[in-house]
Design a protein around this ligand. Structure first.
Ligand code: GLU
Length: 511
């Protein structure tokens, strides 16, 4: 019988979640949901020196924003709780000891000074950073080089020790990665990683294997940067006697800088002016607040969609997918092996498409919040809905609603009269003076009627309406943008329209 699909996202709470991290979450989630499986979030916080307060809450807030709900996690509970490795500390040591007993791991008593000395003594031009490996373990203070009595004495005296894996010499570890295909490593290239630290905490390498086993993980999706650790993990699965239960591996390709050279980093975002984090991340150490996709005005639907397309497609030209469509169409064999270049212009295109597709009422609250943050209170929902409907096709980012809607609520702070003045003449002045008088008498106030009235007046004075539209737009909006000018006229109402027209008319000079 096939194992139930159970996947895990296993972040270390060391900072904000960037694009690559959220894409790993997403691919885990899509695969699990498509297969009717479980998506688990496990917090890998065994390295207390890298712990960052707030990082775990940030991860869950980001998942919630993206619409991804874990089946099991420290927050959501589940049958394999606890899901925070620091709370599972007592579980790991027994496995490290089991590995020592079976001869696949050993005690190492080297002090930090001794390790430092080893690194200096064995440093050469060819090997600038000597590692504790199958060569050097024979010259260090460990249970492979010390005799059994000495080891027993050191242990009895509570001498600090770590437990290291004993990497075999010159063996090949091969496995089939779901994305990369056949992968193999020579064990001589891999150092003897620490499994259990002096404080009794496991390292990531031991904890990830023990927990993937305990939590019955069937497929392990993670970033490509973990590929070099795979041979260590595979050996641990084997040495612990769990090989038959080992998950299938899927190492996801990197997200690359826009020019394709190297992994996308937070610094690229700073340098090129785009977000890299999902949501705002406050770096307490650097005393820095870094805005994320959310704060830049991305809809979560667009963010999820653009992430899915970074390294995957469904084999057709379709680019816009809802989460449900992604769950239905996702397939491992369409994930590219090569890294995916991040293109911010394309990311914005996804957002623009999503704003267009999202009904005005689903944007209402978000737009209202934007205005509230600007100190503008929106009381009339029906009016705001109408305005959102008028301008949403012109917004790339949510924040664009401010500029696109602002003139509906208050008189523009400035009017681009410079765009009208060069062609302003007595005939136009006469036309606008006349049309204002007609508008004053107009009732009811409906876009189509206003347009007819405007055009009739132009015809009466033998002017082309085309030349009058730009001045009218600037009178109402302040600049050369915005939706249909008579829709704007209807929406802002008679009083505001006449006030603005009179104001701009008084600013224009007859040459
Ligand atoms: N804790 C690792 C990380 O921070 C997880 C790697 C894995 O999924 O095995 O990314």
């Amino acid at each position: 019988m096939n194992k139930k699909v159970r996947v895990r996202f296993a972040p270390s709470p060391t900072g904000g979640l960037h694009l690559g991290g959220v894409r790993t979450v997403l691919f885990n989630y899509l695969f699990a949901k498509q297969q009717g499986g479980d998506f688990i979030v496990r917090i890998e916080d065994t390295d207390q020196t890298r712990f960052v307060a707030g990082a775990e809450a940030y991860i869950f807030n980001t998942l919630a924003w993206c619409g991804i709900v874990p089946d099991e996690s420290p927050l959501h509970g589940g049958p394999h709780a606890p899901y925070r490795q620091s709370e599972r500390k007592p579980i790991y040591a027994q496995y490290a000891l089991q590995l020592v007993e079976s001869g696949n791991a050993y005690y190492a008593f080297d002090t930090p000074d001794e390790l430092e000395q080893m690194r200096t003594q064995y440093k050469t031009v060819e090997n600038p950073a000597p590692q504790y490996n199958h060569h050097l373990r024979s010259v260090m203070r460990n249970s492979l080089t010390l005799d059994a009595d000495e080891v027993a004495r050191l242990l009895a005296a509570n001498t600090p020790y770590v437990i290291r894996i004993k990497m075999p010499v010159d063996e090949s570890i091969a496995f089939t990665d779901m994305i990369r295909g056949e992968v193999s490593f020579n064990t001589s290239q891999v150092d003897d990683k620490v499994l259990l630290k002096a404080d009794g905490m496991p390292t990531y390498h031991l904890a990830v294997v023990v927990d993937d086993y305990a939590m019955e993980i069937s497929h392990a999706f993670r970033g490509e940067e973990w590929l070099p650790s795979a041979p260590v993990h595979i050996l641990l699965w084997k040495y612990l006697g769990w090989e038959a239960n080992m998950p299938q591996w899927a190492h996801l390709p990197l997200i690359l800088k826009p020019d394709g050279h190297g992994k996308l980093s937070k610094r690229d975002g700073d340098r090129l002016g785009f977000p890299v984090f999902a949501m705002e991340w406050i770096d307490a150490n650097l005393n820095e607040t870094i805005a994320g996709f959310k704060e830049h005005g991305f809809l979560p639907e667009a963010f999820v969609n653009l992430l899915a397309m970074l390294g995957w497609n469904d084999g057709t030209d379709q680019e816009i997918f809802t989460m449900d469509e992604l769950i239905e169409k996702f397939s491992m064999d369409r994930i590219h092996k090569a890294g995916a270049k991040f293109d911010y212009e394309k990311a914005k295109w996804f957002n623009q498409e999503w704003i267009k597709r999202t009904p005005a009422n689903a944007l209402l609250l978000r737009v209202k919040n934007l205005f509230t943050a600007q100190g503008i209170t929106m009381a009339d929902d029906a009016q705001l809905l109408k305005i959102i409907g008028l301008v949403k096709d012109r917004c790339v980012l949510l924040n664009d609603f401010i500029g696109q809607c602002g003139f509906f609520f208050k008189t523009p702070e400035s009017f681009d009269t410079a765009a009208i003045q060069p062609k302003w003449d007595a005939a136009k002045n006469e036309f606008f003076t006349a049309v204002i008088s007609k508008f004053e008498l107009q009732s009811p106030w409906i876009a189509a009627d206003l347009e007819i009235l405007f055009k009739e007046q132009a015809a009466a004075l033998q002017l082309k309406p085309g030349e009058l539209m730009l001045p009218l737009r600037i009178m109402l909006v302040g600049g050369k943008f915005g939706p249909g000018v008579f829709d704007i006229a209807e929406t802002i109402g008679k009083a505001a329209m006449l006030e603005r027209m009179n104001l701009v008319l008084s600013l224009l000079e007859l040459s």
